[in-house]
Design a protein. Structure first.
Length: 459
């Protein structure tokens, strides 16, 4: 991506106040030009002329140093071609990377509950981390300055709005709603959160956080069953639930059982050979668990509710749960969902995203959870997405090397801290079985260059 980076930097030195972002950047990034019916990396295009417009009111422009790969990144291209839990309209939209319609300007009095729209072409990528390059307000705008508390040079992590054509994170720069941007905590060199770690937190950990503490509103001393516990959201949920004092039951495939146990789950069931509902009931004296988080397969959620106690609560993440209202009524079950795209689109919830991102970053720094991360150069994003599309990955893949030849700020300090933590993890990490979860190895086999990294241990 070297040529695109040079071009972008040259444009950044053009006319206009760079602090206010009064110039348009042209840089490299991955785009999806049109809808597809099923995932195919061949539909992705790496272009060297993505247009990143100046930030408007309520927006910032971020120079990206890391971006995480998520399952939603392989689902998003199909949202205009198939039916499902999103309202999948093609239509309209702006060209990839163009200014488009600022979501910050969406009227609060518009048609209630309008369906989400997913324009094409668009810049790919859901979450990332980097440095604020420019903001959409000046120092005289006291209201916006105080509301967002962001300024040029801040190290940040953020969620992209997947209902917009611009702002995707698989690009050297991104135009982002300030409401979805969280500052990476200022730290000493011994406790710094680097861009790779920060980029892996907003989507998966943020989803787990909202599910546990906003939707389920879990209480210490209660029990929870987490289905799909080895994925990005599941691993975060297991650790956050344990950190909050819950009795954690979890399910995953055979190869990941020891891994999920290492995250702190009290019992881990292998769904390929065990009856997870029966196991949950056996460990709760037949009453069932207080809460359930379905992070694996929405189609199994109805079956898994048999593990819930009377009056229990379930939060479903992959999509709508096929369960009759009569069953919910008779058993007095509470059902909730988490859809970050929906939160991004609604003015009443959009502002909470920044708080969620910053809370999750703070929890990570505190040792509430650890991350299993594998880094891949952004030029191999297509291969990384293929691996994620196959499912059963463990942890997160993070794209790096957005600006070849340029070291991300703070890398030297991060290296020192990471080496010390690597020694602390040591034997436990080495004991984990190799398998489908080692996604960087799969990327490497297919021509990429992957690098596996451990996160900080639980504290």
């Amino acid at each position: 991506m070297g040529a695109g980076n040079s071009r972008a930097m040259a444009r950044a030195r053009g006319s206009g106040d760079p602090t206010l972002g009064e110039h348009t950047l042209h840089c490299e990034g991955w785009t999806m030009e049109k809808p597809i019916r099923s995932w195919s990396a061949s539909a992705m295009t790496c272009v060297d002329d993505v247009v990143v417009a100046p930030p408007g009111p309520g927006q910032v422009r971020v120079k990206i140093y890391a971006a995480s790969v998520n399952p939603i990144d392989v689902k998003r291209p199909t949202f205009s071609c198939s039916t499902g839990f999103f309202s999948r309209h093609g239509g309209g939209g702006s060209s990839a990377g163009s200014n488009g319609t600022n979501s910050s300007a969406r009227a609060t009095t518009s048609t209630r509950h309008a369906p989400l729209e997913f324009p094409f072409p668009y810049v790919m990528g859901t979450e990332g981390a980097g440095v604020i390059e420019s903001v959409g307000w000046n120092n005289d705008d006291v209201q916006q300055r105080e509301r967002y508390g962001l300024q040029v040079g801040d190290r940040v992590a953020f969620l992209a709005d997947i209902t917009m054509a611009n702002g995707g994170t698989f690009c050297q720069y991104a135009l982002v709603e300030a409401d979805a941007v969280g500052r990476i905590p200022a730290s000493t060199s011994e406790d710094v959160i680097d861009f790779v770690e920060a980029a892996a937190i907003p989507c998966a950990v943020g989803t787990a956080y909202v599910a546990l503490f906003d939707k389920l509103r879990v209480s210490s001393g209660c029990s929870i069953f987490i289905s799909g516990a080895s994925g990005g959201v599941g691993t975060a949920a297991v650790q956050l639930a344990k950190y909050a004092g819950l009795y954690v039951l979890a399910s995953c495939s055979t190869v990941n059982v020891d891994y999920v146990k290492s995250l702190g789950a009290d019992y881990v069931f292998d769904y390929t050979v065990q009856d997870v509902v029966g196991e949950c009931l056996a460990r709760t004296q037949g009453f069932g668990v207080d809460y359930m988080l379905e992070a694996g397969d929405a189609a199994l959620a109805a079956q898994h509710t048999e593990a819930l106690r009377f009056g229990g609560s379930i939060c479903v993440l992959p999509g709508p749960m096929p369960l009759s209202g009569e069953t919910l009524y008779h058993r007095q079950l509470s059902v909730s969902y988490v859809c970050l795209a929906g939160m991004h689109a609604h003015p009443l919830t959009r502002g909470s995203l920044r708080e969620v991102v910053e809370l999750c970053l703070a929890l990570y720094r505190r040792g509430a959870f650890r991350l299993q991360l594998e880094t891949v150069p952004v030029e191999r994003a297509d291969t990384a997405l293929d691996v994620v599309a196959e499912g059963h990955t463990r942890g997160k893949i993070v794209l790096t090397e957005f600006h070849p030849g340029e070291a991300p700020p703070g890398d030297a300090e991060v290296g020192t801290r990471r080496r010390k933590h690597a020694k602390a993890q040591g034997a436990a990490a080495a004991a984990l079985p190799a398998g489908v979860g080692v996604t960087a190895r799969e990327v490497s086999k297919r021509g990429g260059v992957g690098k596996e990294r451990g996160g900080r241990p639980n504290g």
